[in-house]
Ligand binder design. Structure first.
Ligand SMILES: Cc1ncc(C[n+]2csc(CCOP(=O)(O)OP(=O)(O)O)c2C)c(N)n1
Ligand SMILES: [Mg+2]
Length: 328
């Protein structure tokens, strides 16, 4: 077990609270019509905060949409992430600034991107490892296979973190794979595969630390399967009552990861009501300031959507852009 100092443990807890409050407030902002469709990550905080806690500042993070707010652990302003969900260009952060890649929505395509960056670092002799997040469903995608195989063959410094929440929207894990565990897949690529309890931030951190150390020492990629169960809808546009047993979801919601770390830290005598309350208030204030800042930004120019999509716009779109430019 990793020896985290008391200060480290509190910082890990603070990050989990920040993520939890972001998620809960984002769902409210969605209901109020202030952000668009939102991918809920309630109870994924132990994976996100635990795994990234093993990284140094020079290391890269490649998130999927489920990890949209992971930049918070590096101090990214909540307003930036809220703007992403509002479809505002001020939500398109510069990946170089935070060493956090763009949020990836196509399933699994971030895996070869991350593998490529990790390989590039190795070729250039640059320090730093790359951590990529993806879901159980992503393990059925070609890009997942290509990315992991490539990274393994090249012994690239890559840490693969699979958030196994056992659902890919309405597709259960049992319809996703015949493999007994997702970690078993690592064997086929010739890399270590480990399974951890995805609700135990300390266990996730421990597995991630070992994987990061291996990658840093030139030992190549590791596959981490963090097992838990999706205890919220896939996204704000989803109605899971059509396909998930609500009793099971209620059970899972009681197995809740922020409270679990909180209880552990209270037991160790390093966390009390005062600090719990203060960290939660700080996170809530950061979110209030974040949404205020986001809503105060001037509306974006709709032409931007096309500007970044085409080098040479098709005639119909070019004509539309011209009309827009004339009326602007
Ligand atoms: C290439 C591709 N195919 C299909 C989709 C539609 N889609 C969006 S989320 C999702 C489920 C992904 O499940 P999983 O990888 O387990 O991640 P989770 O949402 O559970 O975190 C699918 C199929 C997509 N975004 N990209
Ligand atoms: Mg999933």
């Amino acid at each position: 077990m990793a020896q985290l100092s008391d200060a480290d443990l509190i910082e890990l807890y603070r990050r989990m609270v920040l993520l939890r409050v972001f998620d809960e407030r984002a769902v409210v902002y969605h209901r109020q019509g202030r952000i668009g469709t939102y991918a809920i990550f309630w109870n994924h905080e132990a994976i996100q905060a635990g795994a990234t806690f093993a990284l140094a500042d020079e290391d890269w993070i490649f998130p999927a949409y489920r990890e949209s707010a992971i930049g918070l652990v590096r101090g990214m302003p909540p307003a930036t992430i809220l703007q992403w969900w509002r479809g505002h260009p001020s939500g398109w952060w510069n990946p170089l600034e935070w060493k956090v890649a763009s949020i990836c929505v196509p399933i699994g395509t971030q895996v070869p991107h991350a593998a490529g960056l990790a390989w590039g670092k190795k070729l250039k002799g640059e320090p730093g490892v790359v951590m990529v997040f993806f879901g159980d469903g992503a393990t059925s995608e070609g890009s997942f296979h290509e990315g992991v195989n490539f990274a393994a063959v090249m012994q690239a410094p890559l840490v693969l973190v699979c958030n196994n929440n056992q659902w890919a929207i309405s597709t259960p894990l049992s319809a996703q794979t015949r493999a007994e565990t997702l970690a078993d897949k690592a064997q086929g690529y010739g890399i270590p595969g480990v399974r951890v309890d995805g609700l135990d931030a300390l266990a996730v951190h421990d597995a991630a630390r070992e994987a990061v150390e291996r990658a840093r020492a030139g030992g190549g990629p590791t596959f981490i399967e963090a097992v838990h169960y999706r205890a919220a809808p896939h996204a704000t546009a989803d109605d899971p009552s059509a396909y998930i047993d609500p009793v099971r979801v209620e059970e899972e919601r009681r197995r809740e990861c922020v409270g679990r770390l909180e209880a552990e830290l209270r037991k160790r005598g390093i966390l009390d009501d005062e600090l719990v309350g203060r960290l939660r208030t700080e996170a809530e204030e950061a979110m209030r300031a974040g949404i205020t800042e986001a809503e105060a930004a001037p509306p974006p120019d709709p032409r931007l959507v096309f500007e970044h999509a085409y080098a040479d716009p098709p005639a119909e779109i070019a004509a539309m852009l011209e009309r827009e430019a004339r009326s602007a």
